[in-house]
Design a binder for this molecule. Structure first.
Ligand code: SF4
Length: 459
């Protein structure tokens, strides 16, 4: 298949297996519903998703949705970080409420980065590049975890729902784990759910663009979001296989403390009664749940959504969170330029957005390609772009035009294109990209320095 797929990579089979095992859906199935997909979407660089349908529906209907992701300030901002930034910015341009977090609590607790370094790296590497790439600071939100009181309150609340054994199963925590490390996990869960707080116009569908390795974290947060709901709405089948919808209270009404913080996890019998009143049609109301019958199969999706909206609205009225399960898009890992994984401890393996363009050009010229051992062989057999770090740079960061990428792919496969010239061309494109980006970074610094909220970070 790779022969005819210019976006393909040889390890795509591994992703497919990963997806089957963990229930991630292929992103390409949604492509025809997206009006102007980002090149990462068109080219299969965003390879999978979890629950993106809610976000897409909101985007297409013009209703509210959010995008959020975070950056750990423990090293240079490189092209891998740029991928996440591009995805945040694309969703912001699609009218998403955009959140970008500097995960300083994580960097401090897990990597031992000092608070001072967290501030410097977070601001001068990540935030400046994010704004230079096009993040609109008037519309979006950028924050350091440690400075965000609402976030920390939410993390504490999440801590009432998360238990040690599940964190330990996911993150491999043992009895010697530092408590701050555990707290930083709760803070990351809060990062993901924060855009859905009422203060930010939530609840709303939210997408988290991440690498596939972050999926356990997404699954945990979806689980926690569900636990923080008062009611569970599910489509079920009765004994004659007719569909019905069940709304189930998660806790006994006795545990209600209305009007106080902390009430959200508890169901209120008044809330269940109100839901019953607002839902029309044939139903049975019990002490802890409601069943709704006579669901037309053809309308079951829209009926389900309408019921979920009513339940969410009532839940909010009773002090609940009404969270949507956070969605995620998963992009492929970029290979390191030297082959194998990109590693922050091997500077030759990555290109930093802030490094001198001539240094980056040298790395490109020395990068591992998918070329053959000799020129003759390459002319005869063609190159292997699917294994080529240069090709990856070109399709992920340096060439916008799809037709040109297809042409380049075919030239490589047919042996018409040779690695030496290809690397020189890529190095030139990389130099001009970095020069432009670094000029834009200077402008971004000025914009941030003038800004009412962000200028304090420069003091
Ligand atoms: S010709 Fe270019 S794309 Fe093809 S293998 Fe060589 S460097 Fe990679």
């Amino acid at each position: 298949m790779a022969e005819i797929d210019p976006w393909g990579v040889l390890d795509i089979k591994d992703y497919t297996r990963l997806f089957e095992d963990f229930g991630i859906s292929p992103f390409k199935d949604l492509l025809d519903q997206i009006e102007n997909p980002h090149l990462y979407m068109r080219r299969g660089i965003i390879v999978g998703h979890r629950g993106y349908e809610d976000v897409l529906r909101a985007m297409n209907e013009g209703s509210t949705f959010a995008v959020m992701s975070g950056f750990m300030p423990s090293g240079k901002v490189h092209l891998g970080g740029k991928m996440v930034m591009d995805e945040i910015i694309w969703h912001q341009r699609m009218e998403g409420d955009a959140f970008a977090c500097i995960a300083d609590m994580e960097a401090h607790s897990v990597r031992g980065v000092s608070w001072k370094q967290c501030r410097e790296i977070g601001l001068n590497e990540y935030i400046v590049s994010l704004v230079a790439l096009g993040f609109d600071i008037e519309k979006g939100h950028i924050y350091f975890q440690s400075e965000n009181k609402k976030l920390l309150d939410l993390a504490f609340e999440i801590g009432t729902k998360a238990i040690f054994s599940e964190l330990s199963a996911i993150y491999g925590f043992h009895s010697d784990v530092k408590i701050a490390h555990m707290i930083s996990v709760l803070v990351q869960n809060a990062d993901i759910l924060q855009p859905q707080l009422r203060e930010y116009g939530g609840p709303k569908p939210t997408v988290i663009p991440v690498g596939v390795d972050q999926d356990p974290h997404i699954r945990l947060t979806r689980d926690i979001a569900s636990r923080m709901r008062m009611f569970l709405v599910e489509k079920r089948l009765d004994k004659d296989l007719n569909p019905y919808i069940s709304i189930r209270a998660k806790n006994k009404p006795l545990q209600v403390f209305r009007g106080q913080r902390g009430e959200a996890p508890f169901a209120d019998s008044g809330a269940l009664e109100e839901i019953a009143k607002r839902i029309e049609g044939q139903k049975k109301v019990y002490e802890m749940h409601i069943d709704i019958f006579s669901i037309e199969e053809s309308e079951s999706e829209s009926t389900m959504r309408a019921i979920e909206e009513i339940v969410r609205d009532v839940e909010l009225g009773y002090g609940g969170y009404g969270f949507f399960l956070p969605a995620a898009t998963y992009h492929r890992f970029m290979q390191g330029l030297t082959g194998g994984k990109m590693s922050s401890s091997v500077p030759e393996s990555y290109i930093a957005l802030t490094e001198p363009p001539e240094d980056a050009a040298k790395k490109v010229l020395q990068a591992k390609t998918g070329g053959r051992v000799t020129v003759e062989e390459q002319k005869k057999l063609g190159g292997v772009p699917e294994e080529c770090t240069i090709y990856e740079l070109l399709i992920s960061h340096l060439i916008e035009d799809d037709d040109y990428v297809k042409e380049l792919f075919e030239e490589c496969k047919s042996g018409k294109r040779l690695c030496k010239e290809c690397k020189v061309q890529t190095a030139e494109l990389m130099v001009s990209f970095l020069k432009r980006h670094q000029e834009e970074r200077e402008e971004a610094k000025e914009v941030l320095r003038q800004h009412e909220i962000y200028k304090q970070w420069f003091r």
